[in-house]
Write a protein that binds this ligand. Sequence first.
Ligand SMILES: *[C@@H]1O[C@H](CO)[C@@H](O)[C@H](O)[C@H]1NC(C)=O
Ligand SMILES: *[C@@H]1O[C@H](CO)[C@@H](O)[C@H](O)[C@H]1NC(C)=O
Ligand SMILES: *[C@@H]1O[C@H](CO)[C@@H](O)[C@H](O)[C@H]1NC(C)=O
Length: 265
Amino acid sequence: MKFVFVLAIFIVCAAAVTILKVKNTRQCKSNGGVCKQTCAVDEEDIGQCCRNSNRCCQTSTCIDTLQYAQCKAKNGDIKPVCDANEQDTGIGPFCNTHRCCEPPTCIAKVDCNCKHFNDCPIGNTEYEDITGNCSGSDECCKPCCLTCGGIFKGPVGSFTSPNYPSKYCIDQHCYYNITVAEGLKVILKFTYFHLEAGISTSGLPYDFVQIYDGEVKAEALLDTLYGGPTEGKEFNSTSNKMIIHFVTDDRDHFPGFSVSYKTLQ
Ligand SMILES: *[C@@H]1O[C@H](CO)[C@@H](O)[C@H](O)[C@H]1NC(C)=O
Ligand SMILES: *[C@@H]1O[C@H](CO)[C@@H](O)[C@H](O)[C@H]1NC(C)=O
Ligand SMILES: *[C@@H]1O[C@H](CO)[C@@H](O)[C@H](O)[C@H]1NC(C)=O
């Protein structure tokens, strides 16, 4: 009996939810909208629809030309939510709820070279910057530019670790993906390299750079570099792709690396 009762309630609820979903979807359609996960920048978000995660997006009746221009001038990107390393420019909402997000910039006046709390005598909540102040906040320890890595498609190119030649930041996981024209090979040269020395209990160095020939898989690993300083180390791919993986742990900073590459027939 109890079971039947619970089942009945369940069916009623399920039916109600379905009816609501259908109703929302219909309503969206009748308003000239389309249900999508997120509305495009030039569409108007007119509310929930179909599923909770979906929105009803209508062709915009409002015009954001000025805001678009302002956002563009700031080199901004219009999206529902700014990434952690981006700054909300304050421009928005647009026709939908999107915001204008500024690309990450190195934060001025923030010391990005500060030490981890273990180097600070006072305890786990303290951080020390290079002037020797324990700040009690990890603000100064945040990477200047969380963004790292990139895609390189040109026949020649160069890049560095974030913040180079100042010290790199903690907890970095960056991929530098080089893809050159089919049939060509990549010659990569570390014009400078200086990372933390030493290997952690995991068997991997504390901070390291791995160079892959073509794909990220064990067989394609050309080398794992750490320590230094060194310069001039060179790697040749056998394919038209090379992937450089840069990883740092949660403490100690070094200048990082600088790389240039070119192609070989
Ligand atoms: C913190 O550093 C500043 C320099 O940036 C210095 O003037 C100040 O005296 C330091 N404060 C302490 C408590 O050491
Ligand atoms: C670069 O390659 C890595 C490994 O294949 C991949 O995880 C990453 O998404 C790629 N980066 C970009 C921006 O495509
Ligand atoms: C890479 O190729 C170039 C050109 O063939 C060659 O001079 C260089 O020695 C090679 N480097 C390595 C590390 O194999």
